[in-house]
Design a protein around this ligand. Structure first.
Ligand code: TYD
Length: 226
């Protein structure tokens, strides 16, 4: 059985990742209804991961040390790999994951200034250095993304009582460092990371994603029509 395909979506809060991942999943299913597509997200995606998610995203988690935050992100990821991602890849499925280790490198490595080295080292130790086949990195304008994310999460809290605003409460300087680290990752690994920047419409971003995923499907699974 060939290994499935592992695709991650990355970007700042409010970059439109969630809309795009849903559209990509729908496109893949329409292209081949028999295709196994697994949609997951980090932090979260498992029962343990959802508990870690509420701990780490809740703005009432006051005083989490950056190292603790990074360790929690990796605890969540190790569980998701064991429970969801690796079994799906072993079964030849396509896994679409909303955020993966690039997020830890950008947010904890860049934003919290822990640097890339401990993140990459923990990824080797705890995640067997599992690498996505393709990473779609959405970086629309920083100010637009932040305004959208802050507004959205306020709305979510009002409607559901879910409090997930711990990161949105960070200052713009934090997100500028996240943004810079994402650019650094894209420059370091252009064969894996497709950087989609600028003020594009939802349809334009979707078109770029479909083109990249089609190419990836042709390269990695020549037995399947793309
Ligand atoms: P989420 O509500 O999933 O936001 P989004 O829709 O923007 O992805 O929140 C995830 C938050 O967690 C987001 O602010 C980024 C942060 N995060 C990290 O700081 N490190 C990580 O390793 C991951 C996976 C997420």
């Amino acid at each position: 059985m060939p290994r499935g395909l592992f695709i991650t979506l990355e970007g700042l809060d409010g970059s439109g990742k969630t809309t795009q991942i849903k559209r990509l999943a729908a496109w893949l299913k329409q292209r081949d209804p028999a295709e196994g597509v697994v949609l997951t997200r980090q932090p979260g995606g498992t029962v343990t991961g959802d508990r870690i998610r509420s701990l780490v995203l809740d703005s009432r988690s006051i005083g989490l040390a950056p190292m603790t935050e990074m360790a929690l992100m990796f605890a969540d990821r190790a569980q998701a790999i064991a429970e969801v991602i690796q079994p799906a890849l072993d079964a030849g499925k396509i896994v679409l994951c909303d955020r993966f280790t690039d997020s830890t490198e950008a947010y904890q490595g860049g934003g919290r200034e822990l640097g890339s080295a401990p993140v990459l080292e923990l990824h080797r130790l705890l995640c067997a250095n599992l690498q996505p086949d393709l990473t779609l990195l959405l970086l629309p304008r920083l100010d637009f993304s932040l305004a959208r994310a802050r507004h959205r999460n306020q709305h979510v809290e009002t409607n559901t009582g879910l409090n997930e605003t711990r990161f949105e409460q960070e200052q713009d300087a934090f997100f500028t460092r996240v943004w810079q680290k994402y650019h650094e990752i894209a420059a370091r690994d252009p064969a894996r990371v497709l950087l989609i920047e600028g003020d594009l419409t939802i349809d334009q971003v979707h078109e770029q994603i479909v083109a990249a995923v089609s190419k990836c499907l042709r390269t990695l699974a020549p037995q399947k029509p793309a």
